[in-house]
Design a protein around this ligand. Structure first.
Ligand code: F6P
Length: 348
């Protein structure tokens, strides 16, 4: 059997572990694994490398992806790109193609399967954790760890200078990283895209905090948060090519507004790509390894159009279409549950 693999979209800690789980299982079954370079770009331009047993040694401990990644997508220009992808698949006589990625990568895999009968299997990844049909995606908890530690570390400098530190987390239009890291780091304010963030309410909360004796605070803000002041949205109204609001710049904005409105000295920090960098935490290594192994099983059983996923702690398979049907964002239930205890999420 000849099996292709690609990693697409933003990298996430655990990609190499997923390749490792897939590769070890396939090689043990005497299948050949071909890595396509830089996501769909490798299939569009036919750039590949054969992966063998030696490549998998220690691979799972490393961050990034051995075979590179990009945001290229054949459906950006389907008339030109899709035939190129199909030609590469035919040229390599692939019996299956494993796509490791998020919404965009798996969406293209699902369409190629549905429209052209390409024999695909998916593996979900994204630090944003915004994919349906799986409890979590690998890379998410590694990113949460980075963000949590950063907020913990900022406490000492915040206390020394009696400041508010506003920390911006990635996640695009989902607040998962911000919410988890904010809760874990006991942030005094947590602003997420799922609820509008009113500067007035945040400042009132900070004033109450200061009146209670606190000299410093940490505020976690997601890059995709919609920030309002006097009822007007201060976040960018510009949209990207997919019609979605551009994200970023929220920590700087919030820190500036805190200083302006209540005079509490504030600084901002954008964690950025550090959240995708470095080695995966142990959980993500094992999680990704298991997803890779399950994807190999699907390939060997010739069951296509599925994605390996986690449901209630178990590794299962779900239809690819279910995973890409809609984006998974923080639910009201999640937000309410934490509010009940101690979480000062905005809007309360
Ligand atoms: O989807 C993963 C992600 O890291 C988002 O959280 C972030 O908004 C985006 O990718 C950054 O993309 P790029 O690496 O292209 O700057």
């Amino acid at each position: 059997m000849r099996v292709g693999v690609l990693t697409g979209g933003g990298d996430a800690p655990g990609l190499n572990a997923a390749i490792c789980g897939l590769g070890r299982r396939l090689v043990a079954a005497e299948a050949e694994l071909i890595g396509f370079a830089d996501g769909w770009r490798g299939l569009i331009h036919d750039e590949s490398v054969a992966l063998n047993h030696a490549d998998f040694q220690h691979l799972l401990i490393h961050g990034g992806t051995l075979i590179g990644s990009s945001g290229d997508n054949p459906y950006r220009d389907p008339d030109v790109m899709v035939p190129k992808v199909l030609a590469t698949i035919a040229r390599h006589r692939l019996d299956a193609l494993v796509a490791i990625g998020g919404e965009g990568t798996l969406g293209a895999a699902e369409r190629l399967h549905r429209e052209h009968g390409v024999k695909v299997v998916g593996i979900p990844k994204t630090i944003d954790n915004d994919l349906e049909a799986t409890d979590f995606t690998f890379g998410f908890f590694s990113a949460v760890e980075v963000a949590t530690r950063a907020m913990d570390d900022l406490r000492s400098t915040a206390e020394s200078h009696s400041r508010v530190m506003v920390v911006e987390c990635m996640g695009r239009h989902a607040g998962w990283i911000t919410a988890y890291a904010g809760v874990a780091a006991a942030a005094e304010g947590i602003l997420v895209p799922e609820r509008p963030a009113h500067i007035e309410e945040l400042c009132e909360k900070l004033l109450r905090l200061r009146a209670s004796g606190a000299n410093s605070a940490v505020v976690a803000v997601a890059e995709g948060t919609r920030v309002f002041e006097n009822g007007a949205c201060l976040s960018s109204m510009e949209k990207d090519e997919f019609g979605e609001y551009l994200t970023g710049g929220m920590a700087q904005l919030v820190a500036k507004k805190i200083k302006q409105r209540i005079g509490w000295d504030s600084r901002h920090l954008v964690l950025g790509h550090l959240q995708r960098a470095g080695q995966p935490i142990a959980f993500d290594r094992i999680f990704a390894l298991r997803l890779g192994a399950r994807a190999a099983r699907l390939v060997l059983e010739q069951r296509f159009g599925f994605m390996a996923a986690m449901r209630a702690g178990e590794i299962v398979e779900v239809p690819l279409a279910a995973a890409v049907a809609q984006r998974k964002t923080l639910t009201d239930q999640f937000l309410d549950r934490y509010e009940t205890f101690f979480l000062p999420i905005q809007g309360t």
